[in-house]
Each structure stands twice: as C-alpha cells, then as structure tokens.
Design a binder for this molecule. Structure first.
Ligand code: BGC
Length: 634
C-alpha cells in the first residue's frame, strides 16, 4: 500500500492539522455516532469524526434527497471552524452491502452468496461501481463493505454475506469489490471498509459473535488471505470483528489488530470497531475502552455509548493508561483517510456532482442487478428437461416467496432484519411479477397450500419457497445448545446470545408449509419446479424428491425478473455452488472431514446443455488440498 508511507505532502498536512487540534477534538475524531443519537450540533460540539446510519436507520423521509440533506447538515456543522474547533469534514458511513439497500427505491443486488455462485469478478467490480454511485446519490461517502468472510459453516446467520466456503473466490471478490467502490478515489468513489477482521467465517459451529479456534497458520491462509487482496487494492478502512480468536475477542486483540494488520501487513488506513464491539471486552466499560484503543482500534462505532466513550477516553488520556502517542496515531490515520479520499476538497454533500443524481435506482442499474441475478442461479435438478419453461404454458405460480420482494432481498434491506411484502421495495419485481411479464398464461395461486392447483388448468407449477429474511446472529441455526455453552465457556469477554433462526437446516422442519405445498401440487400430477430463496444451502432432500426441477436462487434482491428470464430459457444457467450442499445437518461445517459426501459438491451446477464444467483449475484443487491439510491439523 503506497498511499501514506512515502507521501510527504500528506504527512505534512496531517501533522499540521494534528498540531492545531485540542485533545477534545482528537478524541471526537475517533468517534462515530449514529444519526438517531446525534444532532449536527453534537457533531460540532463534540467534534465527532464520523456518523453512521445503522442498518434500518434512515431520515424520516427515506429518499436520496432527505439523506443528502441530513449529511449536509452534519458536514456543515463539522466545518464551522471556531475557537477550539478546527474544520474537519465528517465521514458518513452506511451498510451498502448489496446495493444502497437502506434507501427506498435503491437497486438491490443479490447478496454476496449469489455473487459467489456467479463467480465473475468483472461483474462484482461493476456492481461495486454502481453501488458507489447510488451511495453518492444520497450524499454519503463510505460503505461498510465488502464482507470478506470465508464462511465455513452454513449454520452461521451471516453465510449469505460471504462469497463462499473457499478462499480463492473471496480473494478475487475482495480485489474487485474494493477496486469498484474506491476506484481512483475521485468523484465516483466511495470509501470501502473490509470486514470483519478477522476470522468470523471460521467461528466454531457457525455461531455469530463466537470463537474461531483455528491455528494461526490456518487463520492466515483462510481468513486473512482475502484482506491481502483488499490491501493490495488499496482499501482505506477495515472493521474489527465481533468474534474471538482462540478465546480472545478481536476487538481487544493487539496481536491481530496492531502487530499483524498494521505491522506485518502494513495497513496504513483506519481501523474501526463494529457496533459497540468494545463493550464485549469487559463488564467494565472504562477498561474495555482502554483495551480496545491500546489494541489498535482508531475509530469507534459507538452508536449508543458515544458520550460515555468520550469521557472514558479522556480519563485514559489524562492518567496515561492510553498514551498520547496512540491517540495521535489513531487521529493521524483518520485524517489521512479523509485527505486521501479528498474529503477536504469535496464540496458540501448537497453540492457534490452525484448527489440527488437521477440515475439512483434507474433502469441501467437494475439491468446490471438482473444480469447478476441470472448469473447467480444454480440449477440443481432438471428431470425430463422440464426447464426451460414454455412461455405459453399454463403455469401456476405458488409459494410464500413467489410474490414477495422483501423476501427476495433478505436481511440488510430497508430494515436490519429485512422486510416482508412488496411495498417497501419500490421499483422492483418479485419472481411472480417477472413471470407475469414474460408468460401470458401464468397465474398466481391464491392458496398457500395449493388447493387451487388443477391439472385440468395447469400444465406446470412454479413453487417459490425458502427462508424468511434475517440478519446476523438472528439467522444462526443452532443444532444443539451444548455447542453454544462450550463456545461461551472458551471465551474471555461477553458474547451476544440471540434467539436463533432454527435448530436444524432441514427445510421441511424449518418451514413445513413448503414441503406441504410442493407435495399437494405434485400429488395432483402437476410437475413442480421449485425455486429456493435462501441465505444458504438447506437440507432439501424431500422437497427435491417431489420436484421435477430445483433451482437455488439465494437472495436475488430487487430484480426477480432475472429469475424468470432464466426459467423461460432466455438465458442459460451458469451459477455454480459457492457452498457444498448438505445431505444432513451433520454436513454443516464438515467439508474438510474425511469421507464428506455432500448432496451436491462445491462448484456443482447444471445448465440447459448439461453439467457445467467442474471447477478443477490447478488453483482450485491445490486450494482444496491446502484446506484439507489445515483442517486436519486443527
Ligand atoms: C454489523 C456490521 C455493520 C454494523 C453497522 C453491525 O451489527 O456487524 O457488519 O456494519 O452493524 O450497521
């Protein structure tokens, strides 16, 4: 990373600013508050360095114009220089993790799991570029993306934020995503934030906020590898992870944060904490703050506790338990990122060229999302070549996810836990709406159990089933509580224990209504084509058996039409499994165990021409061998 090290001009500018700042302003620069807990006056009075909109948080009117206005007010307050306050523009951050998914009317791209199936770095780069434009349209300059987890256990509720279970694709994704978002740091760029450093994808049993027990060598080869690519691509910010490594929380881990990331890997940018991530280090808030700052976190996402954080860090600075050298270093990094991004030179948000741009959510952006959807679909079964569907066939479309745009988008869409229904995702198409646009004789079932399916009237049924939206730990599947107890007992510091999504990966137990519906329709002699909408592979043996064709659609986002285009054969399938597909619950996280026989292997996928070529590149098989070797050692 060449950005700061040798740039004398940048160094001088940072030092000049630092010399004119009071301790209060330095501490303020290290704080990121949440919009609902801080006013523009707070930004001015407490010199806050950054503001965020947590997922699901938005100005009262959720339009790009209202977002621009909001950030404009924060910016203006920060820039009002006066005694004791040097003008330093605030940074505003948001989770634009699959498009600018917090804002109404945005283009919502498939979640990363779908991009993993598409395996197309060029596509990732273009998506990142368009996401950057939609973020800029709302006057915002920073996204907490990309997520670089190599998810090793599909029980994890964040599996869909991962590109897949193997390292190489995540490495390729990391580079393309950072390049797409940050570009040349010019007018079209937003700041990227690689997250979460480090090892959350390897948490034992896939428990969110849990513990990654890997040896350092495995942590390097699996979990850290994508960050090397992100660093090479010049990523300017990185977020610390909620998880522990070998029982110690990452947020307080000096070896991981400072020695490895900033020392060995030469990260010169800004390291931020996750949402109140510091508080898990200790029951005593004050000592947790000292630990996290000393471990190397520069900017603190303290949406709820920022007043307390400021007081606490001030105390630490006064009594020397956090040195001025460490505080100055943190502030230097924050200022350097702001300068490198050109924040000081950019006009106020309302006057920036992309702000309120009419391209927000436009057809061209949606076409790109639709392309991504088409490329992400994985065909698992196609008996009697029932697919592609005939556009003139009398098609019955059924299932709870058939006409539900919110469910297609999944978590981190408008709300943290996602939304249900169609109204909150304007400008989108559900799968039913996509089908309707292409096939004149299709009809939507009115009965959740398929009572209206009729072999006299329907040639074939398209049944769209799967999961409800979820995010983070609330999406965990916890196969048994003992795992949780064990994990907790091996960790120092606290861990959030949330009600999990379920206790099994078996779809017929999580959502018995889905199998019921498929079976009811199949029992009438109507061939069933099943489309699974889900944030991970699930155990679907029984649903597969009753279906003639079966498609994994992941969480495709706002463009359900893309699903219909492939089902009707306008385009062929080209997606391949980014995760091994389980036969039973026991397959979760077992991909490196000897004798592992998933229902469908990693990389599997059919097309209208037959089996897609297996991913047997030298790289791929070498990687598999490495992973197997590492797993055995663990
Ligand atoms: C998540 C982060 C996210 C942050 C801000 C946290 O709960 O772990 O990935 O960026 O919230 O919304």
């Amino acid at each position: 990373m060449t950005l700061f090290g040798s740039d004398a001009q940048l160094r001088d500018r940072v030092n000049g600013l630092l010399a004119s700042m009071s301790l209060e302003q330095k501490i303020g620069q290290m704080v990121m508050a949440e919009r609902s807990t801080c006013s523009p006056e707070d930004v001015r009075n407490f010199h806050l360095g950054a503001v965020l909109c947590g997922s699901g948080s938005h100005p009262e009117e959720n339009t790009p114009a209202a977002w621009v206005k909001m950030n404009d007010a924060y910016w203006a307050a920060a820039m009002a220089a006066g005694p004791g306050h040097v003008a330093i523009p605030t940074l505003f951050g948001v989770d634009a993790i699959h498009g600018h998914c917090n804002v109404s009317g945005a283009t919502v791209f498939p979640h990363n799991i779908g991009l993993g199936a598409a395996a197309d770095a060029g596509l990732v780069r273009r998506i990142a570029q368009i996401t950057a434009r939609e973020v800029l349209a709302s006057g915002i300059e920073w996204t907490f993306a990309p997520n670089l987890a190599v998810a090793r256990n599909i029980c994890w509720g964040r599996s869909y934020e991962s590109v897949g279970e193997q390292v190489r694709p995540v490495v390729d994704f990391a580079r393309a995503a950072v390049e797409g978002l940050q570009g040349d740091l010019g007018e079209n760029a937003v700041l990227a934030c690689a997250k979460h450093w480090v090892g959350d994808g390897g948490n034992a049993h896939g428990i969110d906020h849990g513990n990654n027990p890997a040896e350092l060598e495995a942590l390097r080869e699996i979990d850290m590898a994508p960050y090397l690519a992100a660093l090479e691509a010049g990523v300017l910010t990185i977020m610390a992870s909620f998880n522990s490594w070998k029982g110690e929380k990452c947020h307080g881990h000096k070896f991981l944060l400072t020695d490895i990331l900033k020392g060995e890997l030469q990260f010169k940018g800004m390291l931020i904490s996750d949402w109140e991530g510091t508080t898990y280090l200790s029951d005593d808030y004050h000592s947790a703050v000292g630990q996290a700052v000393n471990a190397g976190i520069d900017m603190f996402m303290v949406p709820e506790s920022w007043h307390r954080f400021i007081e606490s860090l001030h105390q630490h600075a006064l009594n020397g338990s956090v040195s001025m050298t460490r505080i100055n270093n943190a502030v230097r990094r924050i200022l350097a990122v702001k300068i490198a991004y050109g924040l000081f030179e950019r006009p106020r948000p309302a006057a920036r060229p992309w702000s309120n741009h009419p391209s927000f959510g436009c057809a061209e952006h949606r076409n790109l999302a639709r392309e991504a959807v088409r490329k992400s679909l994985v065909l698992l079964q196609n008996r009697n070549s029932v697919l592609p569907l005939d556009k003139t066939a009398r098609l019955l479309v059924a299932g709870k996810n058939a006409h539900n745009r919110g469910h297609l988008c999944g978590g981190f869409s408008i709300e943290w836990q996602g939304v249900s229904g169609n109204e909150q995702i304007p400008g989108a198409t559900s799968i039913w709406e996509g089908v309707q646009a292409l096939a004149a004789n299709a009809s939507l079932s009115e009965d959740p159990l398929g009572g209206d399916a009729d072999p006299q009237q329907h040639d074939v049924a398209l049944v769209v089933v799967g999961e409800y939206p979820y995010a983070e730990g609330l999406g965990d599947v916890r196969l048994n509580e003992q795992m949780m107890v064990e994990t907790g007992s091996q960790m120092s510091g606290a861990m959030i224990v949330r009600e999990p999504y379920g206790r099994t990966l078996e779809l017929c137990q999580l959502h018995p209504e889905d199998l019921q519906l498929i079976s009811n329709i199949a029992a009438k002699g109507i061939p069933v084509v099943t489309v699974l909408v889900s944030g991970r592979p699930l155990v679907v043996n029984r649903e597969l058996e009753k279906s003639v064709a079966f498609v994994a659609a992941w969480l495709p986002g706002s463009e359900g039409l893309g699903v219909a285009e492939v089902l009707f054969g306008d385009y062929d399938f080209q997606g391949r499994l980014p995760f091994s597909w389980p036969r039973t619950d026991a397959d979760a996280g077992a991909q490196d165990q000897p004798g592992f026989t998933p229902l469908f292997p990693y990389g599997y996928g059919l097309s209208y021409q037959g089996m897609l070529e297996e991913n047997t590149s030298a790289n791929g098989s070498r990687l598999r061998k490495t992973l197997r070797r590492l797993a055995l050692r663990r």
